[in-house]
Design a protein around this ligand. Structure first.
Ligand code: ADP
Length: 421
């Protein structure tokens, strides 16, 4: 194995695994830290998907160190810590504390911090993170149910979370290419900076940063930062393969959609399903808390839709989310919905569902945590950052599309099935 990656949520892990696959690395994604006996097969990269984004920092650090130990024992030569391209984190972390711990474990003195993902509109300029045309703090991320982002300065955000001295490599340096970036790393080292935010506006910038980062033991960022890394191994003659995406036949059986993301993109995708006349059932967290709605009734409804693909969703606008959180608490509301959707997924599988779209990072983590596949193969890409995946080691494999809430075009829930034909 060449690259070992630790991702703080499941859809982020899939997004990264897709990026590495597309760039020619044979990549699989595991769900949680594999057992010591797990054999990933003949692969160039393994992405360990954690569900640690909103855990207390000490728990997130312990999980990341476990994953690191497994990847190191499996032979990984370079490591990536993958988080969201919108730097989703709580006030305490966990991006800073996990980066600190991995830097210490690797005995290195420098890492980079680069969540840019230009294909999805996430760019960094003068250390400020943009989502499309908006600063992060003015984007819909300011209303996220679990990790509202109200500052756009990555330098400030990282400095608040991390014990490392934070620096910035600005775009005028990045634009001059890999050698200049490497020189900037050396200058930063001399100033005692350990965590470098790096501007990136395009894939070309990310490829140059990737090339400059060839010798860094740890790279942190979004999936975009991985775009230039496979080429480093190819240059050293360690990677010969080109195509890493697995093509698999559609598993026979029923299909369903579960959405727990309240992001704008997901809400638009739900609207499109409803406008197309497809069956949709909305869950209210307060009904779940009061036991007014039960998993078996929801599954019964889904199965009764027969030839139509049912959509079950809790997604709500910021006002509704706030109202539910006032009654239940932010964390509790999230957990109730995640748990309900995870149980629904397990029951749907028992009823023969074999193709499932899940919207939401935390939601996908909960659902896949309940379905418990040992690992996932990465299949064809539906929209930037979201591939179909296939569960590994199952007698009756399931095709899963795990969508980060903010990803995908409005017709995502409608067109995704075409790729499985
Ligand atoms: P995204 O990928 O958009 O960030 P996530 O699944 O990661 O989506 O996060 C959404 C969170 O919001 C989850 O914890 C989910 O359970 C919670 N949630 C979903 N619906 C509601 C709702 N109606 N009210 C409050 N919280 C909700």
């Amino acid at each position: 194995m060449l690259l070992g990656a630790i991702a703080d949520d499941l859809t982020g892990a899939t997004d990264l695994a897709l990026m590495l696959s597309r760039e020619g690395m044979r990549t699989i994604q595991t769900v949680g830290v594999p057992s010591p006996a797990f054999d990933p097969g003949n692969v160039d990269a393994v992405v360990v998907a954690l569900k640690s984004r909103t855990n207390p920092a000490s728990e997130a650090v312990a999980m990341a160190l476990d994953a690191f130990a497994w990847l190191k024992a499996a032979g990984a030569q370079q490591f990536i810590f993958k988080y969201c391209s919108t730097f989703d984190s709580t006030a305490e972390g966990n991006i800073g504390p996990v980066s600190d711990a991995l830097v210490k474990e690797l005995g290195t003195d420098l890492t980079i911090v680069c969540p840019a993902f230009p294909a999805n509109g996430r760019t960094i300029y003068k250390g400020h993170l943009f989502v499309g045309d908006q600063l992060l703090s003015e984007s819909p991320m300011r209303n996220h149910p679990l990790t509202p982002m109200t500052d756009s300065s990555l330098v400030r955000l990282m400095a608040a979370q991390s014990k490392m001295k934070v620096g910035l490599v600005a775009h005028d340096v990045v634009a001059r290419g890999a050698d200049t970036i490497r020189q900037a790393f050396a200058n930063a080292r001399a100033r005692g900076e350990q965590a470098l935010i790096i501007d990136a506006l395009s894939d070309q910038d990310l490829r140059a940063i990737g090339e400059a980062a060839a010798e860094l033991p740890l790279i942190t960022g979004g999936s975009g930062i991985a775009i230039g890394l496979p080429e480093n191994f190819r240059r050293r003659g360690l990677l010969s393969s080109r195509a890493g995406v697995v093509h698999f036949p559609s598993p026979p059986g029923r299909a369903a959609i579960l959405a727990g993301s309240c992001s704008e993109a997901t809400r638009a995708q739900i609207k499109a399903v409803i406008s197309a006349g497809q069956p949709a059932l909305k869950l209210d967290p307060i009904d779940i808390a009061n036991g007014r709605i039960a998993v078996d009734k929801v599954v019964e409804w889904a199965i009764a839709q027969d030839k139509h693909t049912p959509l079950i969703y809790s997604s709500a606008d910021p006002q509704e989310v706030r109202a539910a959180q006032e009654v239940l608490g932010r964390q509790k509301a999230g957990e109730l919905v995640e748990d309900f959707l995870a149980k629904t997924a397990t029951e749907l599988r028992l009823k023969g569902v074999r193709r499932l779209i899940v919207a939401g990072g935390e939601t996908s983590g909960a659902v896949v945590g309940a379905l418990k596949p040992s690992a996932l193969y990465i299949g064809p890409e539906i929209d930037p950052g979201v591939p179909w995946t296939l569960t590994m080691g199952d007698e009756q494999p399931m095709a899963l599309a795990l969508k980060s809430g903010n990803f995908g075009a409005p017709d995502f829930f409608i067109k995704a099935w075409e790729l499985l034909k």
